[in-house]
Structures are given as C-alpha cells and as structure tokens.
Design a protein around this ligand. Structure first.
Ligand SMILES: [Zn+2]
Length: 386
C-alpha cells in the first residue's frame, strides 16, 4: 500500500467512533477490520464473544501448523466515546494527522496489517504462522479480553508476541511497563456537632488527610513505585458537622511484581496509627488489575533483531524503554508470553483531543515489522526458551 492509501484507510477507521462503551460503533469497527484482515492469504477469522461485555474480539489465524508462531495484538477501542467532541481527523500538514485513535491504536493495527501483507510476499512466509488478536476493551482494563491473553500465554504455542501500541514520540519501542492498580482508602470517624463540648466527634477528613500526606511520600522510599491520589471526597454540605466519612481513590503502579506486597504492607502500616485511635477506622481496598510487564532475554533478542532490521532498511536508530503506562503486554507477560511493545507508528498526545500520528511512520514501522517477521520466518532470530 502506498502512503496515501495508508492515510486514507486510517482516516476511514478513525472516523468510526469505537469508544470502549460504544458497542454499536465497536461492531462497525470490527466489521471494517475483518474486511481488511480477511485478505491475508488463508486467513481464518473468528468473532469471539467475551465474558461480561457485549463487545467481541476478532481473531485471525494464518498457517496455525507452521513451525514458527507469533502472536500479534492490538485493541480497536479508543478512549473517545460517542459523546466526545473528538470524532474526526484533520490533516495538520502533509506529514501529521490528528484524530481519535490515529496512534492509539488504529494506526498500530494498520502498521500490523501492512507488515503482514508485506511479509506474505517473502519466500520464507510458509514457515511462519501467526495469530492476530484485535480486542475491544483495552482502554477500560481488558477485563473481557483477559481470558484470551491468558489462553495465548499458557498455550506455549508462540515464541513471542508483538504489540502495536504507539512508539514513543522519539521512536523508541517499549520493553517493560509498570503494573497498575486501583485502590480506595476509606476513613470512618464519628459525626458530632462541630461545637460539641464533649469533643465527641472524630473527623474522618482530617484522619484521611494525615494518611494521604504520608502515602504520597511512599514513592520516595520505594524506587519503581508510583502512587497518585486521584480523587477525594468526604463530609456533607454543612460545615458545622464533624464528618464521619471520607474517601480517596489511589492509582498505584509498580515496576516489579515483587513490589506489590511490600507496597501494600507499607500502606497498611501507615493506616495503623489511625486505626489504633478510638473512633476511627481506615480501610484500604482494591486490586492490581494489570501486573507489571517485566523484560527478559526474549525481549532483548527481539529488540536486537528489530534494531538490525532498522539499520538494514536505513531507518533512524532507536532503543527500547520502560514506561509507566500499562497495556495488554502486561497481561500477556503475566500469562508467560514475552512480548515487545510500542511497535505502532510514532505519535503523541494520546488520550487527548490533540492525538496525532506522524504519517511517514506508518509505512516505515510496517516495513520494519515486515523485515523482522521475515527474519523470524527464515529462522534467523533465536529466541531463548521461556
Ligand atoms: Zn492503546
């Protein structure tokens, strides 16, 4: 596909609203993807019902019995719902397209599709089989698709997975990601008149604030841990009442699975002195929904092969980095399937109405993955066992 064909297909895809909760739009988007992926030689397409959501995933299998197998993954939902003001694309200049999902990650799915079409022309294509998973719920935590990723990992069928989230703005790939968790700190005190002479009230807001100030400092003592207090509420409309309730929502992120227990233990330790006081109860509830994606020898081998491919193609050099944001790579890695991420186009301002993609990177990154897959097909990349 030439670059204007790529651009036009991306515009057509981005103009279909596929916010994670817009099920009619997700259906339209999946149908549009099915038309394109069905053109891969011998492609077998399945629309898969997921647990707990009306949205479906699209799975495409090609040469499932070939000697070498890889998984390619992308999500076709976006953070822009049907009521968002950001619905269509604008060409900012010849090389820059702004639009919903143009990088994250309809542009990534286009890079994947284009790479597969190119790889299919290789004389080694017959030795490489693959499975493509296109999922509808990444932006809301992949609760429905989780079982698909778990099954892909435990099948032990694939040497590695490739994930087409956008590259970093400087072109770097992603080898590891933080794990994410959503937690709530709830504080119960005791209501009383603000002027009660017995001082019977127990101010839940003040106690929670004390806890939060301490919790906010935890990342300073635990490298690789992030904690964001994202929301706080408590008390009622009347300021002459000692509030008996307050709660805060916390976003916790960890770099290594081994950080999880010490982090939770530290937060409970900080709640301890408050709970020891008469009339207060401070509880911390929640869970990590995505474990960290750590990096190992398979990711290192894949990066080296990608870098070699880039230099053969005369593309600008890049490396791979750690990032705080989670993706489905976290889920795959937790299920035992190593993966390289950030293989989509170069773009920026994701999750905002300024999201854009650098158009030349669509063809360049597609060429890059095609070259990488040709190497894998030819048996020229050795992946350590996992
Ligand atoms: Zn994404």
């Amino acid at each position: 596909m030439n670059s204007s064909t790529l651009r036009d297909l991306l515009i057509a895809w981005a103009n279909i609203n596929s916010g994670s909760e817009n099920f009619a739009g997700l259906d339209r988007m999946r149908a549009a993807l099915a038309v394109e992926f069905a053109t891969l030689p011998g492609a077998h397409l399945e629309h898969l019902q997921l647990e707990g959501t009306p949205a479906q995933a699209l799975r495409i299998r090609v040469r499932p019995t070939a000697a070498r197998q890889v998984l390619l993954s992308g999500h076709y939902d976006t953070v822009f719902g049907a009521d968002s003001e950001f619905q269509t694309c604008t060409l900012l200049d010849e090389r820059t397209l702004r639009g919903p999902g143009v990088s994250d990650m309809k542009g990534g799915i286009l890079v994947m599709l284009t790479a597969l079409r190119e790889m299919e022309k290789s004389p080694h294509a017959a030795s490489l089989g693959y499975e493509v998973l296109l999922t509808p719920d990444e932006e809301i935590g992949s609760f429905g698709s989780g079982a698909l990723f778990a099954a892909a990992g435990t099948s032990k069928k694939f040497s590695l997975a490739l994930i087409f989230e956008p590259a970093r703005p400087n072109g770097d790939l992603v080898h590891s990601r933080k794990g994410t968790g959503n937690f709530v700190a709830t504080c119960h005190g005791r209501a009383a008149h603000a002027a009660s002479p017995t001082r019977a009230g127990r101010n839940a807001i003040a106690a929670l604030a004390e806890f939060l100030v301490a919790a906010h400092r935890v990342p300073d003592e635990m490298p690789g841990v992030l904690l964001n207090i994202g929301n706080i509420r408590g008390g009622g409309p009347a300021t002459n009442v000692v509030p008996d309730f307050a709660e805060a929502k916390l976003d916790l992120r960890i770099t290594r699975s081994a950080d999880r227990e010490p982090l939770l233990a530290r937060l409970h330790e900080l709640a301890g002195p408050i709970n020891a006081r008469d009339g207060f109860r401070l509880e911390i509830t929640g869970a990590f929904n995505r474990p960290p994606k750590e990096s190992g020898p398979v990711e290192a081998a894949a990066l080296a092969a990608y870098q070699a491919s880039a230099s053969e193609l005369g593309l600008a050099p890049f490396t791979s980095v750690h990032t705080g944001g989670a993706s489905d790579g976290n889920n795959l890695s937790a299920s035992g399937l190593p993966n390289l991420d950030g293989l989509g186009p170069i773009g920026d301002r994701l999750h905002s109405a300024e999201e854009f993609v650098h158009l030349p990177s669509l063809a360049e990154r597609a060429q890059l993955t095609a070259r990488f897959l040709e190497k894998v097909a030819a048996g020229a990349v050795a992946f350590p066992p996992h």
